[in-house]
Design a protein around this ligand. Structure first.
Ligand code: HEM
Ligand SMILES: *[C@@H]1O[C@H](CO)[C@@H](O)[C@H](O)[C@H]1NC(C)=O
Ligand SMILES: *[C@@H]1O[C@H](CO)[C@@H](O)[C@H](O)[C@H]1NC(C)=O
Ligand SMILES: *[C@@H]1O[C@H](CO)[C@@H](O)[C@H](O)[C@H]1NC(C)=O
Ligand SMILES: *[C@@H]1O[C@H](CO)[C@@H](O)[C@H](O)[C@H]1NC(C)=O
Ligand SMILES: CC(=O)N[C@H]1CO[C@H](CO)[C@@H](O)[C@@H]1O
Length: 325
């Protein structure tokens, strides 16, 4: 009797322990024995790229987000289109996704040091963390490893799974919920827009809201005038970009939430966070950097767990741009 109770207890404990670390799949020590240089190599190359060009921080962070939201975090975003298949990277929402060459460089170095061991998906997850962390000189959240690379990449999926910059709160919340992310994750992860830029076309509608030259009433009028000078409808330049977090788009801080609450969120999806009372209250708390950063790290970890492939579901790609033959 006593023995069977302890057996049940022990199995329960083991079960709890395993569920606590992503069903036992991902681990902070995954490459500890097989490729102890993994963390150092990713950080070395990522930091030197961001040091030379700070815009890589935003690019690598967004790359990881796009990867995870389509097919799970399986590096499907890296696959090049082929004659018979238009890949995710060539889907419309993928416009201006970049950072591929940094991932390639890291992969090449890792294949020299530990051939066939490290997945492209794990590189993407760690490079996103390190790119943001460079500014702080230390890692800002923990990343677990052990993802396998997927063998499928479809442009059509990128178009449906990635929320549009014009989305309202209901749509955003539904799309995030479908991936196991709640409204706090939605607000925290939207805080990624504290760095980087957007093209005029993704917010142009807000400057001609009903087609009568009027501005989106949820946009600060002075800020809207500024945006019109940057993105004149008479002379549209498809290459023009505007900072997502006005005047603070290089520094990873909580200024996004300060601007957002002054109705200076650039995208309609940013402004939408203020239309839900619970989400709006989170945006207020996230004006504090420490509160935001703690939550951002937790939500990034949840995001980097989406749709993990293991065993025969995936592979360790030799070249991040092509599925293995
Ligand atoms: C909440 C839903 C989201 C929507 C609707 C959205 C939409 C967008 C759009 C439209 C752009 C501008 C793209 C361009 O014009 O080139 C953008 C940029 C960006 N997004 Fe998001 N995004 C969302 C969530 C996220 C998340 C979860 C992350 C990362 C954790 C993220 C990171 C970024 C970054 C860093 C940029 C700037 C990229 C650069 O400067 O190259 N976004 N986003
Ligand atoms: C990265 O590695 C190179 C070559 O191994 C080395 O010269 C360089 O100092 C390293 N950089 C950092 C930031 O550790
Ligand atoms: C949000 O957007 C969706 C899709 O465009 C639309 O069907 C829905 O009615 C909108 N919801 C609200 C509350 O505006
Ligand atoms: C606003 O949009 C309407 C309808 O698309 C267009 O006819 C008009 O020229 C636009 N106005 C401005 C100022 O861009
Ligand atoms: C950005 O800085 C300029 C110059 O200090 C200022 O005029 C402008 O209002 C700021 N923009 C926003 C959106 O705060
Ligand atoms: C439609 C579109 O803008 N596609 C782009 C996706 O990303 C690649 C790589 O940056 C571009 O070359 C495509 O033009």
């Amino acid at each position: 009797m006593r023995a069977s109770v302890s057996v049940v207890l022990v199995s329960l404990l083991v079960f709890v322990a395993i569920s606590a670390c992503n069903g036992g799949v991902l681990s902070p020590w995954f490459y500890h024995k097989s490729c102890p240089q993994f963390g150092r190599i990713v950080r070395n190359i990522t930091w030197s790229k961001v040091a030379a060009n700070p815009t890589f921080a935003a690019k690598l962070l967004r790359l990881h987000y796009h990867d995870c939201f389509v097919q799970g975090c399986d590096a499907s975003i890296l696959i090049d289109s082929t004659v018979g298949n238009t890949a995710e990277k060539d889907a419309i929402p993928n416009r201006s996704i970049a950072g591929y060459e940094v991932i390639d460089e890291i992969k090449t170095k890792l294949e020299e040091e530990c051939p066939g061991i490290v997945s492209c998906a794990d590189i993407v997850a760690l490079a996103a963390r390190d790119a943001v962390s460079y500014q702080f000189g230390k890692s800002m959240w923990q990343v677990f490893s052990g993802r396998k690379d997927g063998r499928v990449s479809l442009a059509t999926e990128a178009a449906t799974n990635l929320p549009s910059g014009g989305a309202n709160f209901t749509t955003l919340q539904e799309q995030f919920a479908g991936l196991g992310l709640n409204y706090i994750d939605l607000v925290a992860l939207s805080g990624a827009h504290t760095i980087g830029v957007a093209h005029c076309v993704v917010f142009a509608r807000r400057l001609n809201f009903t087609g009568k030259g009027d501005i989106d009433p949820s946009l600060d009028p002075d800020y809207a005038e500024f945006l019109k000078t940057q993105c004149p409808s008479s002379k549209p330049n498809p290459a023009t970009t505007v900072e997502l977090d006005a005047n603070s788009s290089v520094s990873f801080d909580s200024h996004y939430f300060v601007g957002l609450r002054q109705n200076k969120g650039l995208l309609r999806s940013d402004a939408a966070l203020l239309t839900d009372p619970r989400a709006a209250s989170v945006t207020r708390r996230f004006q504090s950097f420490h509160v935001f950063m703690a939550s951002f790290g937790k939500s990034m970890k949840k995001m980097s767990d989406i749709g993990i492939k293991t065993g025969k579901d995936g592979e360790i790609r030799k070249n991040c741009r092509v599925v293995n033959a």
